[in-house]
Design a protein around this ligand. Structure first.
Ligand code: NAD
Length: 489
């Protein structure tokens, strides 16, 4: 665990321009020094990726050979999962039972894209000219800058690296300055796979220098970003320099609706997972609970009872169900918004305060906002363990309230009425709609948002096409010479 963390550039490990301390959120103490990439390191990483893109060692591999490398990466990742999970837990505070199972499942994403690599097909175009054969090929788009936040970072990088490498691109992966340990450790796994030097580079550093230089670099062709909307605006601005394609996976304020006919125990469990898994630090957190008015008291009673029973503690302990937040900054935002929401008329049902003398713990919190539906906590993404509750009276009211957000990442519906479930799946403005479930994911299913939640889709077959660009080839099939254009016939 104490092994030094290094940048991985052009197939070599190096120390970086400077270093910074990473904090263990469970203790609030520094636990490791992380290397910082500044302009020089970022430029060298992009140059290495650009050279590797055209180097025959990578460019002339067949698609199936690229797929085999991805299969190998999946196997090595699976072997390294326990160590990577332990590092993610100490660096981010995410509980060990979540990091272990998530990282083991991430291997399936690499396997999926390994299988896709040799199924990226071109097209024959039946043009309106008899002596022409025209076909379209798909080529790698170029150097990809994959920029990720600190949460679920192995997963968020797999949904970028998997399709990018399957398509034949090369990558500079930038880990967040908050808790970069897991991705820097993942670089050691990448190093064992056998990718030619420069195909994948892993760096970390601060947004204003490392992130800005990377996203505006002239040799970057595609920026695959996951993070907050404000950073996304900066990145879109930076992309004016390189005119790179940009895909954005941003935040959310996702609703979970429960109708009176629903299986309430199932919905209570889903709501617990929706907002308290990962201590609420999840882009798809179901942070707005919309209850049909007639079941409000019954539902909240069962929910609060379960919230009070959540086992809070050491994130490295397999018995722990709920750990600290990654950053103190996040706690300050939550404290501020909970206070303003209470002042606006929300009612505190449980939680609402920091816990423990040490570490970044904040209690699982439920606010009844039914008398203050415009309270800040109903609108602002908190990226933390705060659930805001409102009521609805009928289906149209539920839809209007669910869609009353600038975001549109996910939505959950609990009902036993099949026809209603279908109607809601159409009416909800969200990139993912879960009916009688929540948080389900698969490498085969695409994922992404509407509105402020971004654009572009990750996961699924179509995602690989985002990392390609097309080339149209015209072949004249006639043996007759081309006519002289200046001779009148
Ligand atoms: P953030 O936007 O602060 O940082 C994300 C990354 O962007 C980091 O690597 C950071 O260094 C980098 N960055 C910062 N400034 C930059 C700049 N000027 N140029 C280039 N890069 C820059 O996000 P965060 O606070 O670490 O993460 C939380 C956010 O991420 C939440 O909004 C959450 O909902 C979102 N998120 C979305 C998804 C999704 O799939 N939709 C998944 C996870 C998290």
């Amino acid at each position: 665990m104490k092994a030094p963390f290094q940048l991985y550039i052009d197939g070599r490990f190096e120390s970086g321009a400077a270093s910074f301390e990473s904090i263990n959120p469970a203790s609030g103490q520094g636990w490791a020094q992380m290397p910082e990439a500044r302009s020089d390191e970022v430029n060298r990483a992009v140059e290495a990726a650009h050279r590797a893109l055209h180097d025959p060692a990578w460019a002339e591999l067949t698609a199936s050979q690229r797929g085999k490398l991805l299969y190998k990466l999946a196997d090595l990742l699976e072997q390294a999962a326990p160590e990577l999970a332990a590092i993610e837990t100490v660096d981010t505070g995410k509980i060990i039972r979540e990091t272990r199972s998530q990282i083991a499942y991430v291997a399936e994403y690499y396997r999926y894209y390994a299988g896709v690599a040799d199924k990226i097909e071109g097209q024959f175009i039946p043009v309106d000219k008899p002596d022409m054969n025209v076909w379209m090929t798909r080529e790698p788009v170029g150097v990809v800058a994959a920029i990720v936040p600190w949460n679920s970072q192995l997963f968020l990088s797999a949904v970028k690296l998997g399709p990018a490498l399957a398509a034949g691109c090369t990558v500079v992966l930038k880990a967040s300055e908050e808790a970069p340990g897991p991705l820097l450790a993942f670089a050691r796994v990448l190093d064992q796979v056998g990718f030619p030097a420069g195909v994948v580079n892993v760096i970390t550093g601060f947004g204003p220098e490392c992130g800005a230089v990377l996203s505006s670099h002239p040799k970057v062709a595609h920026i695959a970003f996951t993070g907050g909307p404000e950073t996304a605006q900066r990145i879109v601005g930076n992309s004016a320099n390189n005119l790179a394609k940009v895909s954005l996976e941003l935040g959310g304020k996702s609703p979970l609706m429960v109708f009176a006919d629903a299986d309430l125990d199932s919905a209570v469990n889903a709501q617990l997972a929706a907002v308290f898994a990962a201590s609420g630090q999840s882009c798809v957190a179901g942070s707005r609970l919309l209850l049909q008015a007639s079941i409000k008291d019954r539902f909240l009673e069962r929910l609060i009872e379960k919230v009070k029973a959540i086992r809070i503690g050491d994130p490295q302990d397999m018995a722990t169900e709920y750990g600290p937040l990654c950053t103190v900054r996040q706690i300050s935002t939550i404290e501020r918004v909970v206070a303003s929401s209470l002042a606006q008329g929300a009612r505190l049902l449980v939680g609402g305060q920091r816990l423990e003398a040490v570490g970044h713990f904040y209690a699982p919190t439920v606010l009844d906002c039914s008398q203050a539906p415009q309270a800040d906590s109903m609108r602002i993404e908190l990226f933390g363990p705060v659930l805001s509750v409102d009521v609805f009276h009928d289906e149209q009211d539920a839809i209007a309230k669910a869609n009353d957000t600038d975001y549109g990442l996910a939505a959950g519906v609990f009902t036993t009425q099949l026809t209603r479930a279908h109607r809601l799946s159409k009416a909800l403005r969200a990139g993912v709609v879960w009916l009688n479930t929540y948080r389900a994911i698969s490498p085969l299913a695409s994922f992404g948002g509407f509105g402020l939640s971004g654009h572009g889709r990750e996961g699924g077959l179509a995602a690989v096409l985002d990392y390609t660009t097309t080339k149209t080839v015209w072949l004249r099939t006639s043996d007759e010479p081309m006519a002289d254009p200046f001779v009148m016939r």
